[in-house]
Design a protein around this ligand. Sequence first.
Ligand SMILES: [Zn+2]
Length: 63
Amino acid sequence: MAENQTPLPENTWKCSNCGNTVVTVRPPDTCPVCKQKCEFLNVTCYQPGCGFTGMDNRLKPAK
Ligand SMILES: [Zn+2]
C-alpha cells in the first residue's frame, strides 16, 4: 500500500440548481438529487470566519 501520497482534500460542492451539497474531491457530472447536469459551486471554507462549518456563508442564499 502506498501511503506516502497525500490525498486530495475533499471539498464541499453545492448544486446551483437544487442546492444539494456533495462532499467529495471533485464535483459530480450529474447531481445525484436533481439528476441535472448542474454547475457545482465550491462552497468549502477553511477560514475561521466561517465558524468551521465547512461552508462559506457568503455563498449561502440570503433569506
Ligand atoms: Zn441538483
